[in-house]
Design a protein. Structure first.
Length: 255
């Protein structure tokens, strides 16, 4: 065979995404070895250190790992097909991320009537409620998506995932100068060398006054008759600033 003609990028892949590796704080997870345990759909992961660090509250990596798991279980637009009991995702990438959290013991169980995201923590055997306040949608221009949730302690948290270059320019000065960024960039470069698709994960706590002011703008933008999408994107841009990098993910687009 001398030539292969393709009508678009991606044609030569299966469009099957598999969660392979990730980082939380300053530590990378995923050995790259063939899994020995049963896997959730769109997950192909092996590293005993994940459950070891999650179960050991004294581990130096425990808190950072817990934050990333909660992030993956909350920052998405997946809905559950009640009849089939399966996830309906906008993309296989998103399905891989939420199923990874499920495999690690943080299962998204749907939403209740009060718009709470229900996250079952298997290790602690309890259901956590994160009230979904807003979604800042992904598109090819923004190259990121965010959710704003109210956690069980009543804090408003913005969780944002996206392309590393896009998230990087939205980090706080402290996060840009911190060890987490230097380590994460190192890990992401290694993931990319393996041909994996990577995302940065970042978040921040929002005070009530700032949120109320921004939310009023966001609601007004949604009512715009002309250039509504541009107006919404411009408002979303205002809140997605001064973020703290907490980790990264790496997914394989199988050939």
């Amino acid at each position: 065979m001398e030539y292969v003609f393709s009508d678009k990028t991606g044609t030569l892949t299966c469009n099957v995404m598999e969660f392979k590796k990730f980082s939380a704080g300053t530590k990378s997870y995923g050995t790259g070895q063939k899994p020995t345990a049963p896997q959730e759909s769109n997950v192909c992961f092996h590293d005993p250190a994940v459950l070891q660090d999650l179960k050991d509250a004294r581990s130096a990596s425990h808190e950072a790992l817990h934050r990333v798991m909660i992030f993956l279980a909350c920052c998405h637009t997946i809905v559950i097909d009640e009849r089939k009991g399966t996830y309906n995702a906008a993309s296989p990438d998103e399905l891989a991320l939420v199923n990874a959290a499920k495999q690690f013991g943080y299962e998204f169980k749907g939403t209740d009537d009060a718009a709470n995201l229900l996250i079952y923590d298997k290790i602690e055997d309890k259901t956590l409620k994160y009230r979904l306040m807003n979604i800042c949608e992904f598109n090819s221009t923004r190259k990121r998506m965010s959710v704003i949730v109210k956690d069980p302690q009543g804090r408003l948290i913005l969780m944002c995932k996206g392309a590393d270059s896009v998230i990087l320019e939205r980090l706080s000065q402290a996060s840009r100068e911190g060890e987490v960024l230097s380590k994460t960039q190192e890990y992401v470069d290694l993931y990319a060398e393996e041909g994996l698709r990577t995302l940065f994960l970042a978040e921040k706590i929002i005070d009530e006054a700032t949120y109320e002011e921004w939310n009023a703008e966001a609601e007004a933008a949604k009512l715009e008759i002309h250039n509504r999408d541009e107006a919404v994107a411009a408002v979303d841009e205002k809140i997605e600033t001064d973020l703290e990098l907490i980790g990264s993910t790496a997914i394989e687009d199988r050939l």
